[in-house]
Design a protein around this ligand. Sequence first.
Ligand code: FES
Ligand code: FES
Length: 162
Amino acid sequence: MKKIITLNINGDDYDLAIKPTDFLVDIVRDTVGLTGTKKGCNIGDCGACTVLVDGRPILSCLTLAMSVVGKKIKTIEGVADGPELDPVQQAFIDKGAIQCGFCTPGMILSTTALLERNPAPTEEEIKHGLAGNICRCTGYVKIIDAVKHAAVLKTKEGTDVR
Ligand code: FES
Ligand code: FES
């Protein structure tokens, strides 16, 4: 039996009819239509479905939609500020850290959370921060470079704010 709940996604409230067994990845993609969140393994192994809940990365394929009522959900569609790319997105482009792009939304959200809690991570800390996100294409070197570059861009952005 479906129940009406409200989810706050990227700052907007969505009233949604869902079943208690519905997972967040399916609600975000199929009901709300935000298909930037990817569904890879669907068993918690790949990180493609990563979204932020109250700023922390979670696997939306393992998270019941019911369990995030009242929390702030951020998907890849909520990262950019209007037409302006976020520094993390820009860094991934600058460093060529995207090939097929299937892992990229999850990588960008995990990076966003990492840089929020640690604005200048070491390479080891970056590897640890992205340990739950698998990429089949890039070999990770460019992704790690992109995270380092994003840290620099974000610091610069903070310095530029007057
Ligand atoms: S789709 Fe969720 S971890 Fe792979
Ligand atoms: S760019 Fe293809 S899986 Fe990462």
